[in-house]
Write a protein that binds this ligand. Structure first.
Ligand code: AHM
Ligand code: MG
Length: 335
């Protein structure tokens, strides 16, 4: 079997396809290297003393897990010195992280959720790292980067991906030329391509949602899920299967490979969803669209939302185009 490593893939994207600037290639390699280190820590679990919670809360008021903080530090340390970044932002940090003056400043912005699906950490189930790369605005080259520089539409992302720490450690990546999956070869320490040009299987009847929030959904969202549950005898006319792991990376990965739809809708208590636009919804929407799927906040295309805050939350419906369109159609009908 011919082994295409992540490095080779990225060099070929740069050389042949001409779509990948050298600095961006370096950036992706460094993020992937940090994910390798995070995978090692996650894998050590109780043996590495990395499980459990800290006394601290993040900006979202969530109790931080030890691994949330460790993974955040690993991503910051790995990406600070490379010279390809102007600043970083993370779910675990209130505001942006500037590149220290002792290092050269590059032209990209990196956003990440260091450990997504944190509630799974202490029980040994799949968690992941999600990341998104943007161009720093040109004018930021001559001044300090500010939070507003990050508030760009999702469709301006130049790369996005996630690592999933499960039975295998996988890296799923797009640089805007399709979606590629790499499996970590632990013996050699390199990422090896295990799936190329991933296209979501269409028409699969599977949905992933936290049903315990049902009473807080909009009438159109409730109608969509009711129809899924009613199955063949209801308006959808088909039986559906449901899955929920409580880890977006795992649920989205399942849908990317097997088809179906992932939903974390807006909640009537806040008018927002749980998931964050900039480092959860947008990168996943970019990947899903690149794989032939669609992504919306319930009515608008996710990648077209103009962000107004770094930690903004948003409703998320992504996956099978037909299912996403039905959600949007129901929202229009209930308006
Ligand atoms: P986290 O980034 O703090 O882990 O929160 C995001 C996670 C997603 O991975 C997942 O889809 C969702 O929260 C699960 O929420 P719930 O607890 O409602 O099942
Ligand atoms: Mg998360």
């Amino acid at each position: 079997m011919k082994r295409t490593t992540l490095s080779r893939f990225l060099i070929e994207q740069q050389r042949t396809a001409g779509v990948l600037p050298g600095e961006l290639r370096l950036l992706v390699e460094i993020v992937a290297r940090a994910c390798k280190a995070i995978s090692h820590s996650v894998g050590r679990g109780a043996l590495g003393g990395v499980l459990g919670s800290l006394d601290s809360e993040n900006v979202q008021g969530e109790v931080q897990k030890r691994l949330d903080v460790i993974a955040n530090e690993m991503l910051l340390d790995a990406n600070e010195w490379g010279g390809h970044l102007a600043a970083m932002a993370s779910e675990e940090m209130e505001t942006i992280h500037l590149i220290p003056n002792r290092f050269p400043k590059g032209e990209y912005l990196l956003l990440f959720d260091p450990i997504d699906g944190s509630s799974n950490i202490d029980v040994g189930l799949s968690v992941g790292t999600i990341f998104s790369v943007l161009h720093a605005p040109t004018e930021s080259a001559t001044r300090e980067v500010v939070e507003a520089d990050f508030l760009q539409h999702g469709h301006t992302q130049v790369a996005a991906g996630y690592a999933i720490y499960g039975p295998q450690t996988l890296l799923v990546l797009t640089v805007g030329t399709g979606v590629f999956e790499f499996t970590l070869d632990r013996e050699v320490g390199s990422w090896v391509m295990s799936d190329a040009n991933i296209t979501m299987p269409a028409g699969k009847r599977e949905f992933a949602i936290n049903m315990s929030n049902q009473r807080h959904w909009s009438p159109s969202m409730a109608a969509y899920v009711e129809a899924c549950i009613a199955g063949a005898s209801g308006p959808a006319g088909h039986d559906y299967n449901m899955r929920w792991t409580g880890s977006m990376v795992a649920d989205v990965h399942r849908i990317l490979k097997r088809g179906g739809v992932f939903l974390y809708p807006a909640d009537s208590r806040t008018g927002q969803g749980k998931l964050r636009l900039m480092y959860e919804a947008n990168p996943m929407a970019f990947l899903i669209e690149q794989a032939g799927g669609a992504a919306t906040d319930g009515s608008e295309r996710l990648l077209d939302i103009a962000p107004d805050a770094l930690h903004q939350r948003v409703g998320v419906v992504l996956g099978d185009r037909g299912e996403v369109e039905r959600v949007r159609e129901l929202a229009r009908m209930h308006r």
